[in-house]
Design a protein around this ligand. Structure first.
Ligand code: DLL
Length: 415
């Protein structure tokens, strides 16, 4: 197996060696041809690729095929500066569709299913990626894209949608809107959710599953390495199976490999991508890997759910805080909605952390004393986890803006 993997890695190295940027960087570590890589250890001598490298070569500098062979472009949303652009050959598009079709089939999605794709269509890979995968599988695709929530629910009922694909925060919003829509859950045929593109907690999964009456699966991917489908859960829900066309590594913050099982930054190498191969790409996503046989029978790498990005880490009074820790605390106590905002600001020289969280409809009418108690319990819980003081602001149901794509959970006023 190692020989087969090495061949795949060498092929990827070979496919980028004509690009001057890679040539120079590889030569600096003594690798001038793919045959110089005799082992995984040799491969790990190759420099890591970062988003910054992609930006420096904007827009097409790291494409490994001439533009006449590229049939599609996607780009990352990138809130600052230039986006990162990725190019696909026809074969890449076919491979992507096949990977997703195989993964969805593992969840029990078949030709009989009607898949409502409420991920955004466009330069973002979510909509088109799932679209081609579902068509490859032969399912009926409803390419509705994100937004227009009332219409989503009407079509979900009228078309008999069985599979919903969108971000978990939008799934939550759809669930909440369903409860007010006059459409009964029993009128829907929904049974499976394929949710990803942003971090979400186990508590969020429980809420979505209960409120929509479905099984909710975690799908992972990033535009730089392909898009959705780099990894997807199976019915065992014990980790996301990483597709065999990607070689994963986990590194510490200094870029050194970590032993299997330890949490660190996920680094990915594509094994058969032609238009835009990636080599040791730093995803900035924090997870842990496992190799073995899953109870579903599948053998290979699995990864834990991505709970956070390195970038998402807030440093507050010297303490590292991840939004996912706060989400878990909120959902572990009853009475709150999974809608929250984390506001960081400064008073004098001191960082302050405020968590605004919605109380649910029933608790909203509780006595003030009861609400104060709940607020105090949440404060205690978060302070126990983070070890710093926090201010909790309970807000009315539906007062925090809802997301139709990737949710914004943090407002950092220190910047
Ligand atoms: O979000 C691709 C995608 C579309 C994945 C639809 C899943 C479903 P980007 O816009 O390039 O691509 O953003 C990639 O989103 O590095 C993670 O930080 C985050 N992310 C993606 N999936 C998950 C997930 C798409 N399941 C970035 N859990 C990645 C946590 C996720 N974070």
């Amino acid at each position: 197996m190692e020989q087969q993997l090495l061949k795949g890695l060498r092929d990827t190295v070979e496919s980028v060696l004509h690009i001057p940027y890679y040539q120079e960087r590889f030569a600096a570590v003594g690798i001038n041809q793919a045959e110089d890589i005799h082992s995984i250890q040799d491969f790990q001598r190759l420099p890591l690729t970062t988003k910054e490298d992609l930006r420096k070569n904007y827009p097409f500098g790291l494409f490994s095929e001439p533009m006449e062979n590229i049939v599609r472009l996607h780009a990352s949303s990138g809130t600052t500066g230039k986006p990162t652009v990725v190019g696909y050959t026809r074969k890449d598009i076919e491979l992507w569709a096949k990977i997703l079709a195989k993964e969805l089939a593992r969840l029990g999605v078949t030709k009989q299913d009607v898949v409502q794709i409420a991920y955004g269509y466009g330069l973002f890979t979510g909509g088109m990626g799932l679209h081609y995968g579902c068509e490859e599988l032969g399912a009926v695709v409803v390419p509705i894209s994100g937004g227009n929530t009332a219409r989503q629910l009407m079509l979900m009922r009228d078309f008999g949608t069985t599979v919903l694909a969108c971000t978990p925060s939008y799934a939550m919003f759809l669930a909440e809107s369903l409860e007010e829509s006059g459409i009964a859950r029993e009128e829907l045929k929904l049974r499976i959710g394929v949710f990803g593109a942003e971090p979400w907690s186990e508590g969020m999964r429980e809420q979505i599953e209960a409120r929509l009456g479905i099984k909710a699966y975690d799908i992972y991917g990033l535009s730089e390495t392909m898009g959705p489908g780099v990894a997807l859960e199976c019915p065992a829900q014990q980790g996301l199976h990483i597709d065999e066309h990607f070689y994963p590594e986990i590194l510490d913050s200094e870029g050194n490999p970590l032993p299997v099982g330890e949490r660190g930054e996920l680094v990915l190498t594509s094994l058969q991508k032609k238009g835009f191969p990636v080599l040791r790409y730093r995803t900035k996503d924090l997870t842990a890997l496992h190799y073995g046989t899953c109870s579903c029978g599948q053998v290979g790498w699995t990864m834990k759910r991505v709970s956070a990005r390195v970038d998402d880490m807030l440093i507050i009074r010297g303490v590292n805080v991840f939004p996912s820790q706060i989400e878990e605390a909120i959902l572990s106590l009853g009475g709150f909605e999974p809608h929250y905002l984390i506001v960081v600001y400064r008073v004098g020289n001191l960082d302050q952390l405020e968590v605004q969280v919605e109380v649910n409809e029933t608790s909203f009418f509780d006595e003030v004393r009861e609400l104060e108690g709940r607020q105090e319990r949440l404060k205690q819980k978060i302070e126990d986890i983070l070890g710093i003081s926090v201010r909790i602001r309970l807000v009315e149901p539906k007062s925090i803006p809802r997301s139709e794509g990737k949710a914004v959970r943090v407002i950092d006023k220190r910047k």
